[in-house]
Structure formats: structure tokens, C-alpha cells
Design a protein around this ligand. Structure first.
Ligand SMILES: C[S@@+](CC[C@H](N)C(=O)[O-])C[C@H]1O[C@@H](n2cnc3c(N)ncnc32)[C@H](O)[C@@H]1O
Length: 213
């Protein structure tokens, strides 16, 4: 699991975080058993953080960039009102099918719309008005996702960006992926359009909202 805190502290934090329903524990177990990229799961702490953000912002429309096996989408969907909607997109057909199987098992799955294809294409076809946009896909496109998200965000909306610490490599960026994340972090830090906070939770989570006038 990606985290900067010692394993015992991570475990203690999980023990003192709201428990997951059985079907989401099953989904995490299946993902870990069948996928060698299962570390991409956001996991119980970040998932529950997302859930609390949905509740506290009273979000009704959510966009997720990077479905994987659907864990984070499920967490957010469960916190949406009955008429809420989450659009989640991914390019990977196999993981999207696993996600779909588990959306069908959940009473909240009807709030989820899956889109298969490159996220920038999906985003270009969407209209403004998302209360939360969770960016958690290919890092090379993070800046493009951020800029498009600002266009799609509702007035008081929140952008949540995952992996902004990138295992610590942002401190000394070497390859293109390291540089893409570090450069977005620098850009956001000097972007007068927004108010933002970087949380050292898991692999780093950035919260961004429009600056108040
Ligand atoms: C870190 S995983 C998402 C994890 C998920 N949010 C969760 O918490 O379980 C990143 C996902 O982004 C997807 N992805 C990569 N490039 C993409 C692209 N250009 N457009 C859409 N999805 C992409 C990958 O297939 C992968 O499933």
C-alpha cells in the first residue's frame, strides 16, 4: 500500500476509520488477488476521505478520472443522494468490467455512469457543473486534466488530485512522470485562481477549489 506513515500507524488509522461494507472489502480482496497493479486502489482511508468530502460539500455531480476496479467511485457513490450521479472513466476494458460487476452488486451502482476511453476525450464531451472531480489516472496528463477540470467545476466545486507526492519523487523529479506531477504542483501553488491544500495522506492528496473573490 502506498503511504508515508509507518505500517502500524496506517493500520491503527484504518482501525479508527469507518468500516467498509462487505462488498467493498470483497472488491479490494479480488483486486489484490487478481491484479499486480492493485496498489492503484485508493484504499479505505482515502476512500472514506472522499466519502466525507461528498457528504460535507453536498455534492450531487461527480466526475472521476481513473475508475480502475471502481473502489473510489463506489465510496463516493454511496455518499451521493438518490438523484446524484458520478461519471467515471477509464481506458482499461478489463478493470472497467470488474468495476461494472461490482456496481451492479451495489444499491448505489445506479448512480454511476462508466465511460470507456481516454479521459481527455470524455472530458471534452462534458458540460460544466461537477461538484467534485477526482483526478486519479495517467500522470503525464495531470496538467491537462487540471485545466479542463477548472472549466467543468461548479462554482463551489472541489478538485481532488491523487498521488501528488508520487512516492516522494516530486522532491527530486527525474523521469517524465515525476516532472509532470512536480510541475503541476508548482503550477497550482502559484495559480491565483484557486485555494488549495496538499495533504500528506497515502501518496499525497491535493484539494483545490476556486479562490473566493
Ligand atoms: C490509480 S488507478 C485509479 C484508481 C481508482 N480511482 C481507485 O481508487 O480504485 C488509475 C487508472 O487510470 C486509468 N488510465 C490511465 N490512463 C488513462 C487515460 N488516458 N484515460 C482514462 N483512464 C486512464 C488506468 O487504466 C487505471 O485504471
Amino acid at each position: 500500500m502506498l503511504t508515508f506513515v509507518p505500517e502500524e500507524i496506517e493500520d491503527y488509522s484504518i482501525q479508527h476509520t469507518s468500516k467498509l461494507p462487505d462488498y467493498l472489502n470483497d472488491l479490494m480482496e479480488l483486486t489484490r488477488a487478481t491484479r499486480d497493479d492493485s496498489m492503484m486502489l485508493s484504499g479505505p482511508i482515502e476512500g472514506t476521505l472522499l466519502q466525507l468530502l461528498v457528504i460535507c460539500t453536498r455534492a450531487k455531480r461527480i466526475l472521476e478520472i481513473g475508475t480502475f476496479t471502481g473502489f473510489s467511485a463506489q465510496m463516493m457513490a454511496a455518499a451521493l443522494p438518490e438523484n446524484g450521479q458520478i461519471i467515471t472513466c477509464d481506458i482499461d476494458q478489463e478493470t472497467s468490467e470488474i468495476a461494472n460487476e461490482y456496481f451492479l452488486k451495489s444499491e448505489h451502482g445506479k448512480k454511476v455512469e462508466q465511460k470507456l476511453g481516454p479521459a481527455l476525450e470524455t472530458m471534452s464531451g462534458l458540460e460544466v457543473g461537477f461538484d467534485i472531480i477526482f483526478i486519479d489516472a495517467d500522470k503525464e496528463n495531470y496538467s491537462a486534466y487540471y485545466e479542463r477540470s477548472l472549466e467543468l467545476l461548479s462554482d463551489r466545486g472541489l478538485i481532488v488530485i491523487d498521488n501528488v507526492l508520487w512516492g516522494g519523487r516530486v522532491l527530486n523529479p527525474q523521469d517524465e512522470t515525476d516532472k509532470a506531477i512536480a510541475s503541476l504542483n508548482d503550477h497550482i501553488s502559484t495559480d491565483s485562481r484557486v485555494k488549495h491544500v496538499m495533504l500528506p495522506i497515502r501518496d499525497g492528496v491535493m484539494l483545490v477549489t476556486r479562490a473566493l473573490n
